[in-house]
Design a binder for this molecule. Structure first.
Ligand code: UDX
Length: 430
């Protein structure tokens, strides 16, 4: 089949490369000429495991990029909108990029003489595809949706860093559509993947994405709340959750307590769902608590620190881990941000290390010291805060010897206190 993909961020580029891998002819559309050039030269716009390999295999053959909407629409049957939906300053999702892509698509569809389906893959609040995207497309194409203009919504459930694997090995494929033809066209794109397609209406597809993320975020905040109680009872919450997760109704995934969740999806999506509920005069108290627990969680690390080291002004503190999770340089909503902010307010001298994310963090905190190894960050420090679940931190041991005071606050259950000699170990919630 012939597909065009608008937007080449992590969702768009992975979707494009994976559809090419599934045998489809793919055209990426991006308004950034430099990015189009890079894509056509085979360079992935984001780092994702396996993406470069797929691009090398398909670029110039089944995968090309252009900034020309008309060309892409004329030469494809389906267009996917995979652009960003950032949070506006007031916390609502900013639909301006989705709207701009819909307008350009509509204009190009106007001059095409055949049926064309538009599929929203960007995460949008229920109602957006039908109310916003549909009306812009209809206005600019002069067509009526459901007739010669197909409309569908096909959410993604891709983890950053694992997106190619998740795309090709999904545990669900959700297609929400307005018309039958769109449903079968989109479902057909995935026919070589061994996974049942769940066909629903557009609003339901939009909601499934939010509920999926909100549920996972809820699991994490639940595990964190349990962890906070366990710590006060001197119980290892990981042993508790390990046993609880064996219940098939609960499942063991996403029950790791620690500094909380970050990233481009969970915090933004839960907040957007809360916002849309409130707009309809419903107060979602459980979801509000999920966010509240997540906000308080990293700050408890500073409280533990102050308990042990009452005067932190001018004290050297090592912060290990800046990325929102391991294996990425992404710092969006990273739990290390509120921790660093709080430590700075209290006058600490921060020496931070992350294997990939320091350059990104420099844009937020240009004045703290960034080191090129964990060892360097630890030298002469009065305390160390472990913020991200990087594998290399699990091996730390003798590196703590160079600290002035061997005080370690582990925010991710990475190290075993019994294996560390003379280290004052404090788990965040265990
Ligand atoms: C998430 C969803 O998993 C994915 O399906 C969706 O499409 C996008 O959002 P991602 O943001 O890449 O993916 O991160 P994920 O691996 O899910 O982790 C999110 C955050 O939760 C990280 O900060 C991680 O440290 C934290 N986390 C995860 C926990 O604190 N405990 C856990 O048990 C699991």
């Amino acid at each position: 089949m012939k597909v065009s993909i608008i937007g080449s961020g992590y969702v768009g580029s992975v979707t494009a490369a994976c559809f090419a891998e599934l045998g489809h002819e793919v055209i990426c559309i991006d308004i950034d000429e430099e990015r189009v050039r890079q894509l056509n030269d085979g360079y992935p716009p984001v780092w994702e495991e396996g993406l470069e390999g797929l691009m090398n295999k398909h670029v110039g053959k089944r995968l090309i990029a252009t900034s020309d909407y008309d060309y892409a629409v004329q030469n494809s049957d389906i267009s996917f909108i995979c652009v960003g939906t950032p949070s506006s300053d007031n916390g609502e999702i900013d639909l301006s990029i989705v709207a701009a892509a819909s307008k350009s698509l509509g204009e190009s569809i106007a001059s095409k003489n055949a049926y064309h389906t538009v599929v929203v893959k960007s995460t949008v609040i229920p109602g957006t595809t039908e109310n916003v995207v549909r009306s812009i497309l209809e206005d600019y194409s002069g067509r009526k949706a459901g007739d010669t203009l197909g409309l569908a919504m096909n959410p993604e459930f891709l983890r950053e860093g694992r997106a190619v694997h998740d795309f090709l090995n999904p545990d669900k494929i959700v297609v929400g559509s307005l018309d039958r033809r769109s449903d079968s066209l989109v479902s057909d794109l995935y026919r070589d993947i061994d996974c049942e397609v769940t066909s629903v209406n557009i609003r339901t597809a939009e909601m499934i994405k939010y509920v999926n993320n909100a549920f996972l975020a809820t699991k994490i905040s639940f595990a964190n709340e349990v962890g906070n109680i366990c710590k006060r009872l001197d119980i290892d919450t990981y042993q508790v959750m390990d046993a609880v997760g064996r219940d098939f109704r609960i499942n063991p995934a996403f029950l790791n307590s620690g500094a909380g969740f970050g990233g481009s999806c969970f915090p933004k999506d839960v907040r957007a769902l809360i916002g849309s509920a409130k707009d309809m005069d419903y107060y979602p108290s459980l979801l509000e608590s999920v966010i509240e627990v997540n906000e308080l969680q990293p700050l408890q690390m500073v409280e533990i620190l102050e308990d042990k080291l009452p005067q932190i002004k001018d004290k050297r503190i090592a912060v290990l881990g800046l990325a929102f999770k391991n294996d990425t340089d992404d710092i969006r909503e990273s739990r290390s941000i509120p921790v660093i902010r709080k430590l700075l307010e209290k006058g600490a001298a921060i020496h931070a290390y992350d294997p990939l994310a320091s350059d990104n963090m420099k844009k937020i905190f240009p004045d703290i010291t960034y080191t090129s190894s964990a060892q360097e960050a630890l030298e002469g420090a009065q305390a160390c805060l472990l913020m991200t679940e990087w594998d290399e931190f699990r091996k730390l041991n003798t590196e703590f010897d160079s600290m002035d005071r061997k005080l370690l606050i582990d925010g991710r259950y990475l190290l075993d206190a019994e294996e560390l000699e003379d280290v004052e170990y404090e788990g965040l919630c265990w």
